[in-house]
Design a protein around this ligand. Sequence first.
Ligand code: DAH
Length: 373
Amino acid sequence: MSAPNKSYDPVEVEALKPEVVEQARDEALAAFAAAADLDELKQAKVAHTGDRSPLSLANREIGALPPQAKAAAGKLIGQARGAVNQALAARQVELEAERDARVLVEEAVDVTLPYGRVPRGARHPLTTLAERIEDTFVAMGYQVASGPEVEAEWLNFDALNLHADHPARSMQDTFFVEAPDGTADSGMVLRTQTSPVQIRAMLAGEPPLYAVSPGRVYRTDELDATHTPVFRQVEAIAVDEGITFGHLKGTIEVLVEKLIGGGLELRWRPSYFPFTEPSAEIDLQCFVCRGASVGNPDRPCRTCSSEGWIELGGCGVVNPRVLVAAGIDPSRYSGFAFGLGLERILMNRHNVADMRDMVEGDVRFTLPFGMEI
Ligand code: DAH
């Protein structure tokens, strides 16, 4: 732009003539008022306030005016631009409000309309129970471990001190998995117990080890009121320096208190498992009759069959041979382990009389257990 020109008079400059400026302003105001939506307003904004708009171009002329003329021209343009910007902002607010109101109407959802009532199903109480047990152990610092249901025979039996000719091996009627070529010996079985997870956990890391593992197990039983070929166990193992049977007892006491409630006696019956020494069966005092039904025909108890005790599962101090099989030094470490049957706990805790109810997957069985999470 040229230097100030003393003889340059704003009234002589077409773009700075008051009537021209007013006209530019009025055209801008009219364009904003006519904009029907935000897109049109945007176009009007570019046309009337952008770099190439009449008022911007007029503004540029001010620089070339003689100093005494600048103030008046600046005021003239400034006022016009002020009015234009104000009108633009006001219209913007108006059109945004219109758009919001329209969106609210267009996207409204009628929450009173009836919906397709698909029944919601329910979580299986065995799953909920397994999670409760996991939670109890996680609170005591255990990790949750898992293993496959099609398991290596070595892990399911041999590593647990159940050799091929061990009589205890036949205690658990096993589903053997055929090799792909049809020969019987694939070296794989459907796991008969969750105990192989102990071995997996020990092989996976160094002691100290505290692991809990609920899962499905398989045995060749017919399905009837008290048997099922697929059932669930929860296994736990602790291996550390100085672990004793006392730690095992304390741990089971905590579990029972969390699952069933306090004040119940536990009975530790000597037993035999190849993978623990010493071994025991754990019995829980019947929480329904608390022993009052024993020898008392007037007060029979369905929960414990008037025995006074409910069998929970097996346990013991981990056999050093098992530690060796898992690469752990038995002169430094010892451990305890136990395995409990989940169906049995559920049957007792909720008076489920028939095993089949737990495996058939009928939602009428699972629904009354509610949505305990
Ligand atoms: N696996 C055993 C069974 O299925 C239960 C069991 C007993 C697990 C003693 C253990 C244990 O970890 O120490 O009969």
